[in-house]
Write a protein that binds this ligand. Structure first.
Ligand code: HEC
Ligand code: HEC
Ligand code: HEC
Ligand code: HEC
Ligand code: HEC
Length: 475
């Protein structure tokens, strides 16, 4: 069919002005109609989503994703299709319609109406986009979005975060911090991460340390100033043993938190490493930063010293990867705090959720808690029965006598398990260890990575392990 005929066959008269072409493109041409429909539906649904979210009527991250990410895309797409449809329409019938430029004649009432309608609709559309953009920006920055949208991936971090002292600090305060440059970087790497989730190509467990984390001095110091550290912090540790489930051994230490010495004005104590004009840099042999080969210290008086650990060879390519020590080198778990099984069992005994009177219950609790379950669901199905079985194996009569208490203990252990272990993300006991102390020194964690009396200067001075350097000797 020739184009001439096609035009003749149209039931509607062909408009002869460019305005008419736009209107025609919008209403009478299938593509234009698609554009109008997409825009209208997107706007309507967006307003519904916005209302649901703002009035807190639904708590579902997908409402947010659709309202703030999908629908605005639909609206813009629809708006882009309308002029495109008009243009295509005009091109198709360029033989039959006179070539005219878009002329606006404000004395023509039809043009007046057109211009007013155009301005009105544009303002409305921009206003909607602005509100949705603003809300969407806050939505994608909320812990709820970070923690729930990638539910399967972030479940361990989100769960640990919710029970930590920072449960009310949003993810972006630590992971992005202030400033436009990091914001853009974070959104870009966020897009890559979302893509990895869709391709199912992300690492399990998520590897640490997080190498592209913003220097902690820019984030933590929005709330904590090293200048303000002071004094000592007394901490008590309660430890039970399998032989002694009833009375804990209590160790009390007074940590030298540090700060400015009021007499000499010098910084001292644990936070000396990050205090004003002190720089501690280190060169680690491995990506995990657990094997530290060299250390450089710069002091406020300008003096410098280098400590070397003999016998720790530097592999190719590591030289030059010096890292300036910051909060994260000790506080690597400020909010994603995972428990240790012994700690949780001992806490259960102390809080009596595990009845300490039951013979062998400490050992059995640890066995049940650290058993390798295939999935969280399997743990839910088996843990309580398994604890009952362990107790029955010891003594069936004792098991029957304490059955109710053993069940209570089993449920407490299950709760602990579900707060710490995600087999599908390969998060197991000890996957994420803390540097804040000297518990796992043999694995390269904690203060003793450096404070091992082995890193030494040319003059033979070592980084000290003196028991009263970091805390009053325990008593
Ligand atoms: C108080 C600061 C802080 C807050 C708040 C915070 N994080 Fe983190 N997060 C960290 C630090 C520090 C690390 C780096 C740990 C490391 O490198 O060993 C980290 C690491 C992670 C990791 C890597 C895996 C891991 O367990 O170390 C993920 C994933 C993560 N955070 C997600 C989140 C999400 C999601 C939220 C909000 C629900 C959040 N974070 C809130 C400080 C924070
Ligand atoms: C938005 C403010 C904010 C940011 C950012 C922040 N914190 Fe905190 N932090 C707090 C508050 C508030 C508390 C006190 C919580 C409490 O006592 O319940 C706290 C407590 C702490 C504690 C003491 C925890 C305890 O067990 O008593 C440590 C350690 C800490 N923060 C380290 C960090 C580190 C490291 C970072 C950076 C990765 C950081 N914080 C970022 C607000 C913040
Ligand atoms: C050399 C390791 C190290 C570095 C670096 C470090 N801290 Fe600490 N910090 C500690 C230790 C150890 C404690 C005591 C922990 C405890 O109570 O178990 C502590 C305690 C704290 C507390 C609680 C203080 C109190 O009085 O209870 C806060 C808050 C804190 N650190 C924030 C920070 C921030 C922010 C930075 C970075 C500017 C930082 N720390 C750097 C080791 C460090
Ligand atoms: C990356 C290496 C490194 C790590 C990790 C490290 N330190 Fe240090 N620390 C040093 C160096 C280097 C010095 C200075 C040694 C010297 O000059 O004798 C030092 C000095 C100290 C001092 C004495 C500060 C003063 O002058 O008053 C204390 C206290 C201290 N560290 C506590 C800790 C604690 C607690 C941890 C673990 C939470 C820790 N350090 C982890 C490297 C480290
Ligand atoms: C470089 C700093 C540093 C040195 C040196 C150090 N400690 Fe500690 N120690 C710590 C920190 C930090 C903690 C607190 C850990 C925590 O909060 O979980 C701690 C905790 C402890 C605890 C209680 C932990 C528990 O699980 O019972 C004991 C006991 C202890 N230290 C003994 C010692 C002895 C003994 C020495 C001397 C060989 C020593 N420390 C040297 C930093 C140090």
């Amino acid at each position: 069919m020739s184009e001439q005929k096609a035009a003749d066959n149209q039931s509607d008269p062909i408009p002869h002005t460019p305005w008419g072409h736009i209107m025609h493109g919008m209403w009478r041409n299938p593509l234009g109609l698609v554009g109008v429909t997409i825009t209208t539906i997107s706007i309507a649904l967006m307003l519904v989503g916005l209302a649901l979210d703002l009035f807190g009527l639904v708590q579902n991250p997908y409402v947010g994703i659709i309202t703030y990410l999908v629908l605005p895309g639909g609206m813009v797409l629809g708006l882009a299709i309308i002029p495109l449809a008009a243009w295509l329409w005009r091109r198709k019938y360029r033989h039959v319609i006179p070539e005219k430029r878009l002329q606006i004649d404000l004395s023509n009432p039809r043009h007046q109406m057109g211009v007013l309608a155009f301005i009105f609709l544009t303002v409305i559309n921009l206003a909607i986009l602005a509100v949705v953009g603003y809300e969407g920006y806050h939505f994608t920055d909320s812990p709820y979005f970070c923690g729930m949208v990638c539910h399967k991936v972030m479940a361990p971090e989100y769960t640990a975060y919710q029970r930590s002292p920072h449960a009310r600090v949003s993810c972006v305060d630590c992971h992005i911090g202030p400033g436009a440059e990091w914001f853009v970087q974070a959104k870009l790497s966020g897009l890559r991460q979302v893509a990895a989730v869709f391709r199912d190509s992300y690492s399990r467990p998520i590897p640490v340390p997080v190498h592209q984390l913003r220097p902690a001095r820019d984030t933590c110091e929005q709330c904590h100033w090293p200048e303000k550290f002071h004094g000592k912090r007394v901490k008590e540790f309660y430890n039970f043993t399998d032989q002694n489930q009833l009375k804990p051994e209590i160790t009390e230490i007074a940590l030298h938190i540090g700060g400015r010495n009021p007499i000499t004005s010098d910084f001292e104590g644990i936070h000396w490493h990050v205090s004003h004009n002190v720089e501690v840099r280190y060169l680690a042999v491995d990506e995990q930063r657990t094997q530290i080969a060299r250390l450089k210290v710069k002091r406020p008086d300008g003096s410098q010293e280098e400590f070397v650990k003999p016998g720790l060879a530097l592999p190719e390519g590591v030289e030059g990867k010096w890292r300036l020590m910051d909060c994260i080198d000790c506080h690597n778990r400020p909010t994603h705090v995972y428990d240790k099984p012994e700690e949780r069992v001992d806490f259960g005994l102390r809080s009596k959720r595990i009845n300490p009177e039951i013979p062998g219950i400490r050992a059995d609790s640890l066995t049940a808690l650290t058993r390798a379950y295939e999935s969280r669901q399997e743990a839910e199905e088996q843990m309580v029965d398994y604890l009952l079985k362990l107790q029955a194996d010891r003594n069936p009569e004792q098991m029957r006598k304490y059955e109710r208490d053993i069940r209570t203990a089993g449920l407490y252990l299950l709760e602990t398990y579900l707060g710490n272990i995600w087999p599908e993300m390969k998060v197991e006991w000890g996957t994420y260890r803390s540097h804040l102390g000297h518990q796992d020194a043999d694995l390269g964690y904690g203060c003793f990575r450096c404070h091992d009396e082995e890193h030494e200067t040319a003059a033979g001075r070592t980084v000290s392990q003196r028991c009263d350097l970091c805390h009053d000797a325990p008593f």
